[in-house]
Write a new protein. Structure first.
Length: 240
């Protein structure tokens, strides 16, 4: 594959664990466990391809409405994976970070997340960006409050509030906007994910449930992206 046609930043809505399990007459936890295997596989594929940033929609602010037992399983899975895989992230030169609100995350989980962030902070390879306790509208509201406070404090004036300035108030301030959004399971919506950042992103939808979205499927998405002409609002044939 021509690396020049690769997206620098890929964002993924990993959807369909529960439906995958239901079709196989398994409980939902089995779907999540199988989904974790795909996370590991796709991280490896993306890193080897040379993707600069991989953002995974892991747990939304709305996911707290799920049954308590399912939430408990998800939290345990995350801490177990970080316990087992942090060393591997270090070895593969992958930098781990999260976007989302820390408030509301169980302390044991937050501690494990921060430990992984600390141990990988000097890595210079792919950035693995986990959207956890994340909601796009809340992110925008937090950014609005941050900018408003800066105006109130006299640090900036109203005329200084530009798209770039606002972007710097978002959780993703140090990251480029996604070039490509992938959503699995056949659903075709953003589900409150990166609402500001996805303005000009290419969208790729697949009917595959997340546990079936393997490395081969990821490569198909990359090939599809490489065939597209990204114009950012320009007319075909314009160069600037």
């Amino acid at each position: 594959m021509n690396t020049g046609s690769l997206p620098k930043h890929v964002a993924i809505i990993m959807d369909g664990n529960g439906r995958w399990a239901k079709r196989r007459k398994l409980n939902r936890s089995q779907g999540h466990i199988e989904g974790v295997k795909r996370v590991e596989e796709i991280i490896g594929e993306a890193s080897e391809m040379g993707i600069k940033v991989l953002t995974l929609y892991t747990f939304s602010t709305e996911n707290w409405k799920r049954p308590p037992q399912e939430i408990l399983i998800l939290m345990r899975l995350l801490t177990q994976v970080l316990n087992k895989k942090t060393k591997q992230l270090v070895e593969k030169n992958i930098k781990f970070q999260i976007i989302g609100r820390e408030s509301g995350i169980p302390q044991e989980v937050l501690k494990r997340i921060k430990e992984t962030i600390e141990k990988t902070k000097n890595n210079t390879g792919m950035i693995l960006n986990m959207a956890f306790n994340y909601g796009g509208r809340i992110e925008i509201l937090d950014a609005v409050k941050k900018v408003a406070q800066a105006v109130r404090d006299g640090a900036i004036g109203l005329e200084d509030i530009t798209e770039l300035a606002f972007s710097q108030a978002l959780y993703t301030k140090a990251l480029p906007d996604p070039d490509l959004l992938i959503r699995t399971s056949g659903e075709k919506r953003l589900s409150n994910f990166l609402l500001w950042q996805l303005s000009y992103s290419e969208l790729y939808f697949t009917d595959k449930y997340w546990p079936d979205f393997n490395g081969k499927e990821f490569k198909k998405a990359m090939q599809d992206y490489g065939s597209r002409d990204r114009r950012y609002g320009r007319v075909v044939g314009e160069t600037h």
